[in-house]
Design a protein around this ligand. Structure first.
Ligand SMILES: *[C@@H]1O[C@H](CO)[C@@H](O)[C@H](O)[C@H]1NC(C)=O
Ligand SMILES: *[C@@H]1O[C@H](CO)[C@@H](O)[C@H](O)[C@H]1NC(C)=O
Ligand SMILES: *[C@@H]1O[C@H](CO)[C@@H](O)[C@H](O)[C@H]1NC(C)=O
Ligand SMILES: *[C@@H]1O[C@H](CO)[C@@H](O)[C@H](O)[C@H]1NC(C)=O
Ligand SMILES: *[C@@H]1O[C@H](CO)[C@@H](O)[C@H](O)[C@H]1NC(C)=O
Length: 450
């Protein structure tokens, strides 16, 4: 990364996305979108399965161990961890029907229902039991009795990490298998984004519990010193350039225009007015950060049918603006955000995920990658990826188009052909894992009788 060649390779990024904090260029100043499965523009899910997923759900609490890795007295404290089961399509223990487990990510579990479609839409095909688990410190799975206590200080937050979360999920799966007398049922774990990182780590760490893991848009290698710091913004830049060169050029030029106006007397109030800011701007970075956030989110969640990158670029390229660069940029902001009373520095309400994720991000140095749309050449950062870790064998699927976690979201009528094919392929691979599992099981049984 230090060689001049490589440095040059990353140069173009700086042209589209301005670098706020001189040397440190990554997530800090730019507020790269979190690993959430959905962007600002929600998809209108029309699938039958997604709506029927609300039925037949049973919620349970598992008495979970606070600390799986120590034997201090307080390690044995318990908390209630939520998981949800849909057994409607399950083929039963006698047929060793499979169990699909969706790993909750950095949000309350209810956020996943009606959004994640892959389990509900395939359960009948596999006669699978569906299980959804909630990550500790989110939703209703809070240790220490309350969120206030749990987030009080480093002593209570110390149990909030992926290693503990994976051990939680292992315990719950074992518990569910006992409860359903399904010890021999194969388990497939599924996760999206950060949840996909959990799923792939789970398959590595607990190979005896899960026969396969599907990790959708999981940036498993997006850590400092593995993936170049600018990789994310570079892909965003590429996305825009590929959609429209003139759109890309206008955005690039706009940073200079904004800085120039900001440096003039009264410039900030002109910008505040032009962009209808909620509070007067204190500096141009405030505005540029916000705009960069929009471009990143548009690229990360560039999903059909709205295709936000195209939507943003259509506003920017609108001919009636002539030479009015700021007019174009303002129009793209409104196109993306919709009609709001004001923009840029809106008062924000901190969500559970904001709080939890800021701890996790700091604690684990989880870099917020997410490439999407175009990932060509960035094998390290995967768009739609399926990770199979079976006997040291890793299989991944890389698509050069798409949007964050699209493959595991509920299907819609507007799904493009490549997505339909992608999902089919995933089902085929999962079927193969299950077949392999049963043939291994058979071989074991036969071995026993000899
Ligand atoms: C989603 O689409 C359906 C059918 O096109 C429509 O009836 C429904 O109102 C839409 N829902 C939302 C939230 O836009
Ligand atoms: C969970 O633990 C509590 C307190 O130890 C106990 O009262 C309860 O019965 C346990 N629940 C289950 C399902 O084991
Ligand atoms: C956290 O709070 C508890 C209870 O008030 C206290 O006993 C503990 O020492 C605190 N830990 C740290 C690291 O401040
Ligand atoms: C701008 O700076 C002033 C003074 O530091 C502060 O009171 C104000 O909240 C800032 N504006 C925004 C939008 O953060
Ligand atoms: C710009 O203003 C915002 C809001 O007041 C402030 O948080 C930020 O630190 C400022 N940035 C720079 C580079 O001065």
């Amino acid at each position: 990364m230090k060689s001049p060649m490589v440095a040059l390779q990353w140069l173009p990024i700086l042209m589209l996305i301005p670098v706020m904090h001189s040397t440190s260029v990554t997530a800090k100043g730019l507020r790269i979108p979190r690993l959430a499965r959905l962007g600002r523009i929600s998809r209108n899910s029309t699938s039958f399965a997604a709506s029927s997923i609300y039925h037949n759900l049973q919620t349970f609490c598992y008495n979970q161990t606070l600390d799986h890795f120590n034997y201090r007295p307080d390690s044995f404290d318990m908390f209630q961890q939520r998981y949800v089961i849909n057994s409607k399509y399950w083929g039963g223990a006698n047929s060793n029907a499979p169990i699909f487990v969706y790993f909750g990510e950095e949000a309350p579990l209810e956020n996943d229902f009606g959004v994640i479609g892959i389990l509900a839409e395939n359960a009948h095909r596999f006669k699978a039991l569906q299980v959804y688990t909630e990550q500790r410190y989110y939703g209703k799975s809070i240790p220490f009795g309350s969120r206030n206590e749990a987030f009080k200080n480093a002593s209570t937050l110390g149990y909030f990490n992926p290693a503990q979360a994976l051990a939680d999920y292992a315990e719950i799966i074992i518990h569910v298998k006992e409860k359903f007398h399904a010890q021999r049922s194969p388990v497939i774990v599924v996760g999206a984004s950060y949840g996909g990182m959990l799923a792939s780590w789970f398959r590595l760490k607990y190979p005896h519990i899960a026969v396969g893991a599907l990790a959708s848009s999981a940036p498993i290698l997006y850590f400092t010193d593995i993936t170049p710091a600018h990789a994310y913004v570079s892909i965003v830049t590429k996305d825009f350039r590929e959609d429209s060169q003139s759109c890309h050029d206008t955005i690039k030029e706009s940073w200079t225009v904004i800085d120039k106006i900001a440096s003039e007397p009264d410039g900030l109030s002109i910008l505040s007015k032009k962009f209808e800011t909620c509070k007067p701007l204190n500096n141009s970075s405030e505005l540029k950060d916000y705009l960069a956030g929009i471009y990143m989110a548009a690229a990360q969640y560039d999903a059909p049918p709205s295709y936000p990158v195209t939507m943003v670029c259509r506003s920017i390229d609108e001919p009636s603006f002539g030479n009015d660069i700021l007019g174009r940029i303002f129009a793209d902001m409104v196109a993306y955000q919709g009609e709001l009373p004001c923009y840029v520095n809106e008062p924000t309400k901190e969500t559970e995920t904001d709080v939890g994720w800021s701890w996790q991000g700091v604690a684990e140095h989880v870099r917020q990658c997410c490439c999407y749309h175009y990932c060509e050449g960035y094998v390290l950062m995967m768009n739609l990826i399926i990770v199979v870790m079976r006997r040291r064998f890793t299989q991944h699927m890389l698509t050069t188009t798409g949007s964050h976690c699209l493959d595991v979201l509920a299907t819609t009528k507007s799904d493009p052909q490549w997505l339909v094919a992608q999902r089919k392929e995933e089902v085929r691979i999962i079927r193969k894992w299950i077949r392999n599992y049963f043939s291994d099981l058979d071989a074991c049984e036969k071995g026993k009788h000899h």
